[in-house]
Structure formats: C-alpha cells, structure tokens
Design a protein around this ligand. Structure first.
Ligand code: ADP
Length: 644
C-alpha cells in the first residue's frame, strides 16, 4: 500500500515543537490523555451500536490494553472502540482540535518567545500530541467500526506525518510510542516498567468505566514481567486490570480523594488545570440521579462563541449517553463541566426528548440551585476562590439575572461589582447598601466601556463631589439586567446618567431658592437652545449633576441607553434613536457667558454655533459621536482661531 506524506498545520507544528522539547513538567499525563481518548472511543462505539443495529462491529469485550516492550522501548495503548476512517485521521490527528483559533496561534507565538509554554499547554490541553513528550516517534493504526480498511499514521513529531491505507488492521485504535532513550537517573518515569504504568493509571484513570488491562507481551509465551533471569517462561500470565472502574459520582464523598475528582474533571473537560470547586448531588426518590459537577478555574476562550459546546455529560446507570447535554443546566451556567447519571432514562433518549422531559426540567432546576448555592458558600468559605470564580465567570452568571427569575435573589447576592468605593476590590450589593449615606434612597450605577471611561464621565461629577458611591458596570450584559432587576432589597437601581438627580439635602447643597432663581435666569436660553438643536434633543435643562463640565447628555429614566440601542442594532433589531436630554451646568463660565450674550445680544447667529458645540461636547463626553463629525471639527477650529 502506498504511503503519503503530509505537512502538519502550522499551529500543530509549533505545538509539537513544544512537546518534543518537553516543556511540561509532568510528563506522566501523556498516558492519561491516550487512555482518555481510548475511553471516549469505546463510549462512541457503544452508542453507535445502540443506534444502528446493522453496524458490523465487535462490541463483545470493550476494553483498553496497555503493552510494554522494554527491549524495543515501545509502549502501546490499544482500544477496540470506534476507530477512525482515513479522512478522520488526517482531519483529527493532523490538526489541533478545538484550538485552531487565531487566539491560540497568537498565544503560542508569545509563549515561544517568552518561554511561557508550560502554562499554555496546561491551558489548552493537547491530547494525543502529548505522547511526544516521552516518545520520539508515534504510530497509530486504526480501523473505523463497520469499515474494512484501516489506516496507519506515523510521525516523528517534526514537520510531517505519513498516512497509509492498510488491509489487516483490527477494529479500534492502537497507538505505539517509541520511547525516548532511557534516563538512568529517572526510575520513577521509566515507562517500560510495569509499576510505573500501574501507578499512572491508578492515579489518573482509575474511574474510567472500561477495563484498562496491562497485557504481558506475547513473545514466545514469555512476558515482560517474568523474564527474571531464570529463563523459565511463565505462560500462565493473565492480563491484569489496573483500574477499579468505579464511577466516582456513585461513591460516597469520603471514599474519593480530591485528586480523584480532579482527574475526572480533566478527563471530561480536556482542561489540564485543577477545577475550582467540585459540586456533588445525589437525588433519591422516584427519579433517582447522581451529579458530579465542576466549576473550572479559567473561562475557556470560546465561552461567548455561538457554537460553544455547553452542557455536561449524561450517563444512564453508569453508561455514557451523550456529551454536552445542554438540557441539564441553563445557558448562564454553560461553563460548568461534569457528569449527571440518571437511573430512569431510556438509553435511546434523544436531545429533543430531553428538552421536553418533565423530570429533566426538575433536575435542571435542582442542579441550578445547587450550583448557585455552591457559589454563595464559596463567598464566605473561600473568598479567594470566589474572587477567581467571579473574575472568570461573573459576566456569564449575570445573564441569569435576566433569564432565571427563580434564582434571581441568590444570583444578586453572589454578584459583585466594581465600584468607586475601591479601586480593586469589587463590592456586593449588600455591602454597598450598608455604606449608603443617610437620605440616599437608591443604588447608583453607571454603565460604560471601561472603568476609566466611566470614572471620567461628567455624570459622575456631583456624585464624586458628594462622596456617593457609584457602581461601575462594564460588561455588555449589565446594560440589560439592571433594567430587568430594577431594585435590590427595596432600593431602586438608578443610573447616574438617567432622569433627574436629587442628591438630597446634604451640606453644600444649593438652597432651593437659589435653584429657582437660576431657573428663571436661564429660562430664555434653555428654550432658545431647544429650538436651535431641534430634533436632536428632547429637552434642554439645568443640571444638578455637574460640577466641572459645562454640559452632559442624559436619558429619561425609562429610555434605552445609547449602548443598549447599539446592542439591539448589532443584533439586527430596529430601534429608533431616542432624542436625549441636554443638561447645562449653570455654574460653568462658558454657560454663564453664553447666557449673558444671549440676554444682551440681538444677533444670535454666532451663539447658535456655540450651542451646537456645547451639545457636541456633551455627546463626546459620554462616548458618543457628534451627528456630523466633520462639521463639528470645523466649528471647533473656527472658534479656536477666533480665540487666538
Ligand atoms: P482531544 O481528545 O482533546 O479532542 P486529541 O488530539 O487527543 O484531542 O484527539 C483528537 C481527536 O482524535 C479526538 O477528538 C478523537 O476524535 C480522535 N481520536 C483520538 N484518539 C482516538 C482513539 N483512540 N480512537 C478514536 N478516535 C480518536
């Protein structure tokens, strides 16, 4: 059969370089990765056979085999699972699955420059390729269940790999590692020793639900274990099953170590890092199920992708049914990984049926409550871990404030926000409420693109001057949930950029009388400006929120914010541009001067330009853009010229 040579995709090549030069300190994990792939392949075969009873496949004894040949320095991991077709091998093994993104490629380049590669490998996990940490050559022989021809893939991990079609491949996949030369000082990592392999399997793969067998090498009836010098071959050697196969979720908490839980997490999430938290739930009664869920410690980079594969694995009585079962958790918990094992579902259950099923809905409700309450417990029991969690997943969790009214109160309680109270410590709403000033009747917030842009907004001026705390909300979802939620603990959530502000009668507060007087003084100017600006503004009024800036734009209490308008437009929805309110600072010299000129002059043509400029400045200050930027720039330039 002819052998063809192919080049690895660029990212794959870079990654292989990292693997070959072994930047990852814990090389043992290569075996976990190969066993994990083999276990997935057995799951897939079982399902395929269940769905298609004409499938010509052997499903009589699904298992994984590990074989050591110390003399040849090879280690073989074999499964009789689903296997791969010729095309699949090229597609799945020649490229980096899940990771062929621009972000990955970029991080890879940076990592190579900065030698930060270990973290990168941990972050992306690299499955099959991790074999090159310990091997200088890998071959893979595979035949897809139901097909007659097999495929041999082989590579030294450098630039290329070869593919050949073969006639006599067994069903499933055999991966052979040609181990790098032995390191005499490193007995612990001697992968040709039975005890090393035993230890690694026990440590990383004990929970795998298929048997993992260590098979004695069949050379003239002798075994790797028994060539102990007496020349006598031990023909009775049996394969030894290395793993207990006990489903971790079915065992009681005190029987299972944290490490064991964490290895299961790594197997199902393809994440090489430790999870942040493990959540267990055992439901008894008419609809019995067990759940073992994990909160990861890092948000995956594709969490906001439309096609992000969300959901946990579904098992029915220890039998794997599907990955990414999205019916089990709401979308705002899409980062949760884990296993749910239900006792009373049909093995043939489909995604469509699950979406409708009453029991599944109840299960979703209960699991959701459990996850949210786990986060709540973390706040007090492990504040550092909670802080990590919130940094990574807070923005996603807040989607639940909109969509999950059942858990809204708990979600509000576990949410934290950047605030003017502290430059780096986020605050909860409860702590905010405790700090509220006497007479303050609302929780104030401002939404915007970044902390800095919000802090520099003119809307913040009076709040800063009075020392009133404002929440600084910068996630896109913040624009939406604040309106939907409306209040916390009886106190309305109020944007500092919306409606009238009345900061109460504190010291330094302008006397009502003075305000009234100013109102009369400016009445003419305000009316005239409204005429000048026409449709662009709904109203021109005096402001009580400005101390430094001459003018700002505000919305009516129930209007959409400009950011929200933009979001709707980005989603393809028609939204009319709502005219906004222009507020002037009556204590600002520019505004005072304008008023004086307005009352004294007959010819107001020059003043009209100033009015337009003031409006443009206010629009700019809130991060918008003047209606006609070119004209605005010309007006500014003209005015500057006159001032020279
Ligand atoms: P990952 O397992 O993270 O997807 P890998 O590089 O380990 O990445 O594997 C890539 C893909 O190759 C797997 O998703 C699977 O489709 C296929 N594959 C790997 N090993 C096997 C195997 N033993 N049997 C069948 N398919 C496999």
């Amino acid at each position: 059969m002819s052998t063809e040579t192919f080049e690895f995709q660029v990212e794959a090549r870079q990654l292989l370089q990292l693997m070959i030069h072994s930047v990852y300190s814990n090389k043992d994990v290569f075996l976990r990765e190969l066993v994990s792939n083999a276990s997935d392949a057995l799951d897939k075969l079982r399902l395929a056979a269940l769905r298609d009873d004409t499938l010509d496949a052997d499903v009589s004894d699904p298992h994984i085999e590990i074989e050591i040949d110390a003399a040849a320095r090879t280690l073989t991991v074999r499964d009789n699972g689903i296997g791969m077709s010729y095309d699949e091998v090229g597609r799945l093994i020649g490229t980096i699955a899940n990771s062929g993104t621009a972000k990955f490629a970029q991080e890879l380049r940076e990592a190579q420059e900065e030698a930060g590669a270990e973290g990168l490998i941990g972050q992306f996990g690299v499955g099959f390729y991790s074999g090159f940490m310990v091997a200088d050559e890998m071959t893979l022989l595979t035949r897809r269940a139901g097909e007659s021809q097999g495929t041999r893939w082989s590579s030294r991990g450098e630039g290329t790999y070869t593919l050949a079609r073969v006639d006599d491949a067994p069903q499933g996949t055999t991966v052979t590692l040609h181990l790098k030369p032995a390191d005499a000082d490193d007995q612990l990592h001697d992968y040709t020793a039975d005890r090393t392999i035993r230890g690694i399997v026990k440590r990383y793969s004990d929970f795998i639900t298929w048997p993992i067998r260590l098979v004695p090498k069949a050379v003239d009836g002798a075994t790797a274990d028994t060539t102990d010098g007496d020349g006598e071959a031990d023909t009775a050697a049996e394969p030894e099953t290395l793993n207990s196969m006990k489903a971790l979720w079915a065992r009681s908490r005190d029987e299972v170590s944290d490490d064991e839980y964490h290895e299961l997490y790594k197997h199902i999430s393809h994440d090489w890092r430790e999870p942040l938290e493990t959540v267990r739930l055992q439901a008894e009664g008419t609809f019995e199920y067990q759940a073992l869920l994990f909160l990861p410690s890092h948000a995956p980079h594709d969490l906001y992708n439309q096609n992000y594969q969300r959901g946990v694995q579904l098992y029915v009585k220890r039998v794997f049914i599907m990955d990414d079962c999205e019916a089990l958790l709401p979308s705002y918990l899409r980062f949760v990984k884990g296993v749910v094992d239900a006792a009373d579902l049909s093995l043939n259950v489909s995604r469509e049926i699950l979406q409708q099923d009453r029991h599944i809905k109840m299960m979703q409700r209960r699991l959701t409550k459990k996850v949210v309450s786990t986060v709540k417990d973390m706040m007090t029991a492990a504040p550092d871990r909670y802080a990590t969690f919130w940094r990574e997943f807070g923005a996603v969790l807040k989607e639940g404030l909109l969509t999950d009214s059942d858990n809204r109160d708990t979600l509000l309680a576990v949410s934290s926000f950047a605030s003017t109270h502290s430059a780096d410590e986020p605050t909860t709403l409860k702590s905010y409420a405790e700090r509220m000033k006497d007479g303050q009747d609302a929780v104030y917030y401002l939404t915007g693109e970044s902390r800095q842009s919000i802090e520099n907004s003119p809307h913040m001026e009076a709040f800063r001057a009075k020392g009133i705390e404002v929440l600084l909300l910068t996630d896109p979802v913040d624009e939406v949930w604040v309106d939907a939620v409306g209040e916390f603990d009886g106190k309305p959530l109020r944007s500092v950029a919306k409606g009238e502000v009345d900061l109460g009668g504190e010291d330094g507060e302008k006397a009502d009388g003075e305000r009234e007087k100013q109102g009369e003084e400016y009445a003419g100017l305000l009316g005239w400006m409204k005429e000048q600006l026409g449709e662009d503004v709904k109203e021109v009024r005096l402001s009580s929120r400005l101390t430094v800036s001459p003018a700002c734009i505000v919305s009516d209490a129930h209007d959409l914010t400009p950011a929200l308008e933009n979001m709707y437009r980005a989603m393809g929805q028609e939204v009319p541009r709502a005219p906004r309110i222009l507020e002037l600072n009556p204590d600002h010299l520019l505004v005072k001067g304008l008023n004086q000129a307005y009352t004294e002059r007959e010819d107001r043509a020059g003043l009209a330009e100033t009015a337009e400029l003031l409006h443009g400045l206010a629009v700019l200050a809130e991060g918008g853009r003047p209606k006609e930027p070119g004209r605005f720039v010309k007006l500014v330039a003209d005015q500057l010229e006159r001032a020279l």
